[in-house]
Ligand binder design. Structure first.
Ligand code: 16G
Ligand code: ZN
Length: 537
C-alpha cells in the first residue's frame, strides 16, 4: 500500500522551486542540475506507480543530461522492454513535477493511481543508473527517497551509459521467458556484444584502427571495459584507441569534444591529433549517439553522421538478406527525420531501392516507425539510432536452413548482427562495433564509405523567437501549419534555389525555433537558411 504520509514527508525534503514550470519532453526532464531535486523525487514516485500498474515489471530511471553542459542534468524513465516511457504517461510526469505543495502532490498521485488502475498492493520494482556528472549522487538520493516512501524494491547500477540501462531493464523483464534478452549485469552486456562481434568478424580483416572520442563522459570507462572483452587487431578484432575519457574532471564533459560538438561544429575536436585518412568516431555524454569522421587526402574534414550510418547499415543488411536466401522474408526499411540530408534519402530510395519513412524528431517516434518493418533501420542525423528486428524476422533468421556454404556464412553473420545491435535504443558502443563490422566486411575505408553519395550542403540555424509555441508543424515537421501564412512564405523562398529544401520547427528541448535548409551549393544553403529564419523571426 502506498503510504501517502510517507510520500508527503519525504517530499518536504525536496521542495519544488516555486517559480519553475517543468515539462517531460523528448529527452525527459532536462535543465540546470540544481533545479532538479523535486523533479527527480517525483519521477521516482511515477516510476513506482508505473511498475505497480504493470504488476511489478521493472522500470528504469536514467539520470543524465546527455550532450548538455556539465552543470545540467536530467532524468527519464525506461519502460519494461527497454523502450522510452509510453507517451501517454509523459503528461503524468509533467503533472507531478508541477504540483505546488505536498498536499497537491499527494492528491495528484492518489488520483493517478486510481486513473491508471494501479493496484496499490502490487509490487513495485525499479533499477536506475546515472552518467558521470557531479550532481548525479544528489539526484540519486532524491530518487531513493521516493522509492523508499513508496515501498519500491530497487537496484542502483551506479554509473552506466543510457543504452546499458535500457539493456538491463529489458534483461530483467524477460528473464526466464522465451524472449530472454541477456544476462542481467553490466558484465553480461559486454559479454553479449563482444561474443556477437567476434562471430561477425570471423574471417574478416579490419581496415585499420579507429580513434574514439568519448566526450569525457560515461562512455569512456565503459568502452575501456568493453575492450577487455574484444579481440585485438591481431586476433581478428579492431584496434580501438580511446581518447577524451577523463571522467575525473567534471568540467571537461562534452567540452570541445563529443558527438554533438563534432556534428554541430562540423569539425574534429580541437584536441584531436588525427592525420589524413584516420578513422575517428565521437560519442556523446551518455553514449547513445555516435558520429564518424576523418580528414580526406586534402585534409578536409569529412563527417559520417547518422544518415551515413543508416545507409551503411541498410545496404549491409540488404546484402546479407540476399546472400543468406532470406530476402523475401526480410523486408528492410529506413526511418529518418526531416533533418536527414536529401542526398541520403535519395540514395536509399534510388540506389538501395528500400522504402523510407519520415517521422517527427525524437527517438521514440523513429523507434515506433521502425517496428513496422521486418528490419527497421532508424537513425537521426545527429547519430542516435539502431536497427530493430521484428519477432518474425528473428524467427526466420534463427530457423532458416542454408542451401549453400555462401548462404551459411551470410546467415551466421546476420545472426551475430542481431545480437550485436542493441534492440532497445540507439547505443553508441554497439553502433561503433556494427560500423566496424560492416567496414571490415566491405573492406572499406571511410573515404569509400563517403563515396557512396554526395551530401547536399546544408545549414541549421537556431532562431530566438518570442513564443515558440505558436509554431505548429505537420507532415513529420516538414511543414508549418501555424502561424498562418508562414509556410507559403517559406515555400516562396525555397522555390528560388536549385535542390532547395527547408523547414522550421519549434525545438522540443530549447526555447527556440530551428531552421534547416539545404541546396545545391554551400552559399545557397546558407542563404536559404537566412531567408527562412527571417520568415519565422
Ligand atoms: C532530444 C531527442 C533527440 C532529438 C533532440 C531534438 C531523445 C532521446 N532525444 O534530445 O533524439 O534529436 O531532442 O532536439 O529522443 P530539439 O527538439 O531541440 O531539436
Ligand atoms: Zn545522449
Amino acid at each position: 500500500m502506498a503510504d501517502y504520509e510517507k510520500i508527503k514527508e519525504a517530499s518536504s525534503k525536496h521542495p519544488k522551486p516555486a517559480d519553475k514550470t517543468f515539462q517531460y519532453g523528448t529527452a525527459g526532464f532536462r535543465m540546470k542540475a540544481n533545479l532538479l531535486n523535486s523533479v527527480v523525487y517525483r519521477v521516482g514516485l511515477l516510476a513506482a506507480l508505473r511498475s505497480r500498474k504493470l504488476n511489478g515489471q521493472t522500470i528504469g530511471v536514467m539520470i543524465t543530461a546527455s550532450h548538455n553542459p556539465p552543470e545540467d542534468n536530467g532524468v527519464k524513465l525506461v519502460d519494461p522492454m527497454g523502450e522510452m516511457l509510453e507517451a501517454s504517461w509523459e503528461p503524468y510526469a509533467t503533472e507531478l513535477a508541477n504540483a505546488q505543495s505536498e498536499d497537491e502532490l499527494v492528491k495528484i498521485y492518489e488520483k493517478l493511481t486510481e486513473d491508471v488502475k494501479a493496484k496499490p498492493g502490487a509490487p513495485a520494482r525499479v533499477i536506475y543508473a546515472r552518467d558521470t556528472r557531479a550532481s548525479g549522487s544528489t539526484l540519486v538520493a532524491c530518487l531513493k527517497d521516493a522509492l523508499d516512501a513508496t515501498g519500491t524494491e530497487y537496484t542502483d547500477y551506479k554509473h552506466l551509459t543510457t543504452p546499458q540501462l535500457h539493456y538491463l531493464v529489458r534483461c530483467v523483464n524477460t528473464k526466464g521467458t522465451q524472449y530472454e534478452y541477456g544476462e542481467v549485469s553490466e558484465q553480461g552486456y559486454y559479454k553479449k556484444i563482444a561474443a556477437a562481434f567476434k562471430q561477425a568478424m570471423k574471417h574478416k580483416k579490419t581496415t585499420g584502427p579507429v580513434t574514439v572520442d568519448c566526450a569525457n563522459g560515461v562512455g569512456g570507462p565503459k568502452l575501456v571495459e568493453l575492450k577487455k572483452h574484444l579481440p585485438g587487431a591481431s586476433e581478428g578484432g579492431v584496434d580501438i584507441k580511446v581518447v577524451n575519457d577523463d571522467v575525473l574532471k567534471p568540467e571537461a564533459l562534452n567540452s570541445q569534444c563529443g558527438a554533438d560538438f563534432v556534428k554541430t561544429q562540423q569539425r574534429a575536436p580541437p584536441s584531436s591529433k588525427i592525420s589524413s585518412g584516420d578513422r575517428c568516431a565521437s560519442l556523446d555524454g551518455d553514449a547513445d549517439r555516435i558520429v564518424y569522421y576523418f580528414a580526406d587526402k586534402d585534409n578536409t574534414f569529412r563527417l559520417l553522421d547518422g544518415d551515413r550510418i543508416a545507409t551503411l547499415a541498410a545496404s549491409f543488411l540488404a546484402d546479407l538478406g540476399r546472400a543468406s536466401g532470406l530476402a523475401e522474408q526480410l523486408k528492410i526499411g529506413v526511418v529518418q527525420t526531416a533533418y536527414a540530408n536529401g542526398a541520403s534519402t535519395q540514395y536509399v530510395e534510388k540506389n538501395l531501392k528500400l522504402p523510407i519513412l519520415c517521422t517527427n524528431t525524437g527517438v521514440k517516434h523513429l523507434h515506433h516507425a521502425a517496428q513496422r518493418f521486418d528490419i527497421g533501420v532508424y537513425f537521426e542525423a545527429n547519430g542516435h539510432g539502431t536497427v530493430l528486428f521484428s519477432p518474425a524476422a528473428l524467427k526466420a533468421i534463427a530457423n532458416y536452413e542454408p542451401q549453400s556454404p555462401a548462404q551459411k556464412n551470410a546467415l551466421e553473420t546476420l545472426r551475430a548482427v542481431t545480437e550485436l545491435i542493441n534492440q532497445t535504443v540507439g547505443d553508441a558502443l554497439s553502433d561503433l562495433l556494427l560500423v566496424e563490422v560492416i567496414l571490415a566486411h566491405k573492406g572499406w575505408t571511410c573515404q569509400e564509405w563517403l563515396n557512396t553519395y554526395v551530401d547536399l550542403p546544408n545549414r541549421l540555424v537556431r532562431v530566438e523567437v518570442k513564443d515558440r509555441n505558436i509554431f505548429q508543424a505537420v507532415d513529420a515537421e516538414r511543414k508549418l501549419e501555424k502561424p498562418e501564412g508562414a509556410q507559403k512564405d517559406i515555400e516562396t523562398e525555397i522555390a528560388k534555389y536549385t535542390k532547395g529544401r527547408s523547414f522550421a520547427r519549434a525545438s522540443g528541448t530549447e526555447d527556440a525555433v530551428r531552421v534547416y535548409a539545404e541546396a545545391s551549393t554551400r552559399g545557397e544553403a546558407d542563404d536559404l537558411a537566412a531567408r527562412v529564419s527571417a520568415v519565422v523571426r
